[in-house]
Ligand binder design. Structure first.
Ligand SMILES: C[S@@+](CC[C@H](N)C(=O)[O-])C[C@H]1O[C@@H](n2cnc3c(N)ncnc32)[C@H](O)[C@@H]1O
Length: 259
C-alpha cells in the first residue's frame, strides 16, 4: 500500500484529508458552544491541515506533499469564507493546471525548463561530437530542441502534457526549428539518436536508463540534467557556472560498465 502512495502521492494526500476530516469534526465539536464561528473555523482548518500533513508523513510522502496537505484546507476554507467569488476563475485555473500538469501525478516529472546557458553547452557538446540527431525526452516548451536544431543537425522533442506540447509545437512552427511530437517518452524510439537528453526527476532514472542502455545505438550519448542514474557511474559530470549550478551527467552508450 505504501508503495502505491509513493508512486501516486496524490492518492495518499487525498486519503490523509479524508481520514483527518472526521477526527477534526469530533475534536472541534465541543468548542462550538464556547468559541466564535470564525475562530472556530480557523482552528478546524489548521487542525485539518496539520493532521493531514502528519498522515502524509506517516505515509512517507515526499516533503512538499506535507506542505500541500497543510495548506490545502486553509486555501479551500479561505475561498469559501470569501463567499461570493465567481466560480469561473477557479474553473479556468483548474483547466490550465490539468492541461499543463495532468501527467505529473503519474510520471512525477513536473515542468521546469533548461536554461539558455545549459542549452548552449549542449550545443557545443553536439558540435564537438559531430552529433547529427538529438532527442529531448519530455521536451517541455521545446527550448532545448529549438536551440540545438540547425547547422545540419536535427533536434526533436517528445512531450505528453497537452498544453505544454501545443505551446512547444507552436513555438517550433513559428521559429521553423526542431520537431515536436506529442507522445510518451517510454514509447519513443531512441535507436537512431546520437544524443538523448533528459531533464526529468529522480523518480524515473533507473527505469529510463534500462530503456536507453538497451535501445540506444553504440557510440551514442545520454545526457541527464541534474538527475544521475542511481548505481551507474557517469563517464563525466559537467558542473556549469550558471546561476543554478547545473550539473550534466554524461553516459556513453556501449561502454563495458553497462553490462
Ligand atoms: C523538467 S521538464 C523539462 C523540459 C525540457 N526538457 C527542458 O529541459 O526545458 C520535464 C518535461 O517532461 C514531460 N514529461 C513527463 N513525463 C513524460 C512522459 N512520460 N512522456 C513525455 N513527456 C513527459 C513533462 O510534461 C515536462 O514538460
Amino acid at each position: 500500500m505504501l508503495v502505491l502512495f509513493r508512486k501516486t502521492p496524490i492518492l495518499g494526500a487525498l486519503l490523509a484529508q479524508v481520514v483527518a476530516l472526521p477526527v477534526v469534526a469530533v475534536v472541534t465539536a465541543p468548542l462550538s458552544t464556547s468559541v466564535e464561528r470564525l475562530p472556530l473555523i480557523m482552528i478546524a482548518l489548521v487542525l485539518q491541515g496539520a493532521l493531514a500533513a502528519l498522515i502524509c508523513a506517516l505515509l512517507r510522502l515526499p516533503r512538499w506533499w506535507l506542505l500541500i496537505a497543510f495548506l490545502f484546507p486553509l486555501a479551500m476554507g479561505s475561498a469559501l469564507l470569501l463567499g461570493n467569488l465567481p466560480a469561473w476563475p477557479f474553473g479556468i485555473a483548474f483547466l490550465v493546471l490539468a492541461l499543463v500538469f495532468s501527467n505529473t501525478t503519474r510520471g512525477r516529472v513536473p515542468l521546469y525548463l533548461t536554461n539558455p546557458e545549459t542549452a548552449s553547452v549542449l550545443n557545443d557538446l553536439m558540435r564537438d561530437r559531430k552529433a547529427v540527431r538529438m532527442l529531448d525526452l519530455g521536451c517541455g516548451l521545446g527550448g532545448v530542441v529549438r536551440a540545438l536544431d540547425g547547422e545540419g543537425r536535427r533536434a526533436r522533442g517528445v512531450e505528453n502534457a497537452p498544453a505544454v506540447y501545443l505551446a512547444a509545437r507552436l513555438l517550433s512552427l513559428i521559429s521553423g526549428k526542431g520537431e515536436i511530437r506529442r507522445g510518451d517518452l517510454w514509447k519513443t524510439d531512441v535507436s537512431q539518436e546520437d544524443l538523448v537528453y533528459a531533464f526529468l526527476s529522480p523518480a524515473p532514472m533507473t527505469v529510463l536508463w534500462q530503456k536507453l542502455s538497451r535501445e540506444m545505438k553504440p557510440g551514442s550519448l545520454f545526457v541527464s540534467n541534474s538527475f544521475p542514474v542511481p548505481d551507474v557511474d557517469p563517464d563525466e559530470i559537467w558542473e556549469l557556472s550558471d546561476s543554478r549550478k547545473t550539473r550534466l551527467f554524461l553516459y556513453p552508450i556501449g561502454k563495458p560498465e553497462e553490462g
